[in-house]
Structure formats: structure tokens, C-alpha cells
Write a protein that binds this ligand. Structure first.
Ligand code: AMP
Ligand code: MN
Ligand code: MN
Length: 325
């Protein structure tokens, strides 16, 4: 089976998820992936608010990065847990692997809502549709099916997920359907200009860091691949480094870009591609996963030099497959 194909039973499954959630009386834990992005935080917070509006005992376990901390209110956070109470339901959102779910154990009755083609369809009720631009787009459908009345508070995080995963409607996943959904969400009172502006705010240190990162830019395979890394001395600023791969991907003539970050456990690589090259294939070779144009992996127990070697090898293989070399 092609993991990237749309799910023909999408609506049937989503209706079932809505039915299950409506019937649940016990606690519903809502969690997302490690290193959460706008879709992770937006889809999970949006669903949390919708379930609260239904009167459910919903709990949102997440740790947003600094640029997303303006979205939730203090009282909306729940602490991470080692164990779920008996009878608990877990909704994992935007999580390509059970091991990527953070803050809660993957146990109880597990609902898995995601759009990563590499998702192994884990859980009791997986709804995985890679044709969706964002998990937040799927949450939009789920909230409609739950019959919750839309408010700006619910629509804002949901639109955030769509904005960030489509690169503000620039990436290939921006279908007419996505634009219609976004228009509808704006109609519920989201302040779009304020939101997109706010999502780009970064601390002053970020702009210095950008200079350091850009000084590491290197070109490989005649410019088909562009790489950069977080300099060792800038490790403290890690949290702000998430979108640098989105910056270097615009080097003329490049079809793959990779950004590397050394961490305690290994090196995290972020991969973006275009022109028939699959970032997903590269990530899979490196033990990670993701989408065809945007994917990632964590290379455990290696240093930066070794990580570069592994990346170059994996990219070379994919460039050959795609007919560039
Ligand atoms: P990032 O480069 O971290 O922004 O990730 C790009 C895409 O790949 C996102 O959709 C991530 O959720 C996904 N991704 C990143 N790392 C992994 C991994 N180790 N396993 C599966 N998916 C990943
Ligand atoms: Mn994500
Ligand atoms: Mn996503």
C-alpha cells in the first residue's frame, strides 16, 4: 500500500471518531509530537477547546515553543503524566510515530489523527490522510462533526496549524479545499493579519543566530543540496532555530535543503525538497519520517561530522533515484 495515498474511508473514520468522543465520559488526553510546530500546537489546542465546549473532561498536554506561547492561556495546560487513569482516551495529533508523542504514554483507547504518510496507523482508531495539508485541517472536519459552535478561540489555533503547515498558503498542499476552510475559519472571527504577524515574532537573539547559521551554509552536488547547521556555541538558542531550513531552501538551483542541529541524544536533521526529490525518502533512510516535501530524522549517538556524512550519502542516493545524478 502507498502510505502517501488519500484515505478513501476518511469521512467514515472521522465520523466514528466524533461518535466515540461524544460518547466518552472519562478523561480525554490530547497530546502531540515532540518539538511541536504550529500544526501540533494548533490542532491539539483547537480540539481541546472544542471538547471543553462540549463539556468533556479534556486535558491538553503540550509544551509550545516560544513563538506559539501566545496561543494558550495558563489554565489550559495540563502537566505531563507517566500513566493514564483507567478508562482514559488519548487523542494523538500530528504524530507520525507513537514514539514521537510527548508528555503522555500511548495507552488507553488511542485515537491517532495525522497526515504523515509514514504514520504506521497506530492506535485503536487511526485516521491518517496524507492528502490533508495539516492535521488542523482534519481537526476542522472533526469539530464540524462534533457539532461544536465555532468561535474565534477555537478557529484561531486551527487556522494556525493550517497557516504554518502550508507556509502561509505557499506550499503544494494548499488545495482549493484548504483555502475554503481557511476562509471559513477567518469568518468565525480570527484576526488574520494579527495572527500571521504574531506567528513571525522572534526574540532579538534569533536575528543574531540567523547570521551565525547562514555563515555555515554549504553547497553540495553542484548546488542541488544546500546545508546549514546550528553552530555549537549557539546551542542555547536551539528553540529559535526551527525555521532556518525554510530560509535556506530558497537557494536558486537547489532541490534539497537540510538543516542540522546537534543535541544531547544525537543530531536532528530537517529536510525540505522539491522537483521530484523526496525529503521523505531521505528521512526514511536516516530512520525518520514525514511528508514527501518536508521530513526529518534524529541521528542517535552521532556527532555533527558523522551526521553530515550520513546526510550526504542519503541525499546522493535520492538524487540518483530522482535522476539528478
Ligand atoms: P521538521 O523538519 O522537524 O520541521 O519536520 C518536518 C516534518 O517531518 C514534520 O511534519 C515532522 O513531523 C516530520 N518529522 C520530523 N522528524 C521526524 C521523525 N524523526 N520521524 C517522523 N517524522 C518526523
Ligand atoms: Mn507537525
Ligand atoms: Mn502537520
Amino acid at each position: 500500500m502507498d502510505g502517501n495515498a488519500p484515505d478513501p474511508k476518511y469521512w467514515e473514520k472521522m465520523r466514528l471518531v466524533a461518535e466515540v468522543l461524544r460518547a466518552v465520559e472519562g478523561p480525554i488526553y490530547i497530546a502531540t509530537h515532540v518539538d511541536p510546530d504550529g500544526d501540533a500546537i494548533g490542532s491539539s489546542l483547537g480540539l481541546y477547546r472544542a471538547l471543553k465546549a462540549l463539556g468533556k473532561d479534556a486535558r491538553w498536554v503540550a509544551e509550545p515553543p516560544r513563538f506559539l506561547r501566545f496561543l494558550p492561556k495558563e489554565e489550559e495546560y495540563s502537566d505531563p503524566v507517566d500513566k493514564l487513569p483507567p478508562g482514559a482516551t488519548l487523542v494523538a495529533l500530528d504524530s507520525a510515530e507513537p514514539s514521537r508523542v510527548v508528555g503522555v504514554p500511548v495507552e488507553g483507547f488511542v485515537i491517532n489523527i495525522d497526515h504523515h504518510g509514514t504514520n504506521p496507523r497506530f492506535g485503536h482508531l487511526p485516521v491518517v490522510d496524507p492528502s490533508k495539508a495539516a492535521t488542523a485541517q482534519m481537526v476542522k472536519d472533526l469539530i464540524d462533526l462534533l457539532g461544536v459552535a465555532w468561535t474565534a478561540e477555537i478557529a484561531t489555533p486551527v487556522l494556525t496549524g493550517i497557516l504554518t503547515d502550508t507556509g502561509n498558503f505557499r506550499f503544494a498542499n494548499t488545495t482549493p479545499e484548504v483555502l475554503k476552510v481557511a476562509a471559513e475559519l477567518v469568518g468565525y472571527g480570527v484576526k488574520l493579519a494579527e495572527l500571521t504577524d504574531r506567528l513571525q515574532f522572534r526574540p532579538p537573539s534569533y536575528f543574531r543566530l540567523m547570521g551565525q547559521v547562514l555563515s555555515t551554509v554549504a553547497f553540495h552536488f553542484g548546488g542541488l543540496l544546500v546545508t546549514a547547521h546550528l553552530p555549537e556555541e549557539a546551542k542555547r538558542e536551539e528553540e529559535d532555530s526551527d525555521d532556518f531550513v525554510g530560509l535556506i531552501r530558497y537557494v536558486e538551483g537547489s532541490v534539497v535543503s537540510v538543516f542540522l542541529r546537534k543535541r544531547e541524544e544525537g543530531v536532528k536533521v530537517s529536510i525540505r525538497s522539491r522537483g521530484g526529490v523526496s525529503a521523505q525518502n531521505i528521512a526514511l533512510k536516516l530512520g525518520g519520517g514525514g511528508h514527501v516535501p518536508a521530513a526529518g530524522a534524529t541521528l542517535k549517538g552521532v556527532d555533527l561530522d558523522r551526521a553530515y556524512e550520513m546526510v550526504l550519502e542519503a541525499v546522493q542516493e535520492e538524487l540518483r533515484r530522482a535522476g539528478y545524478l
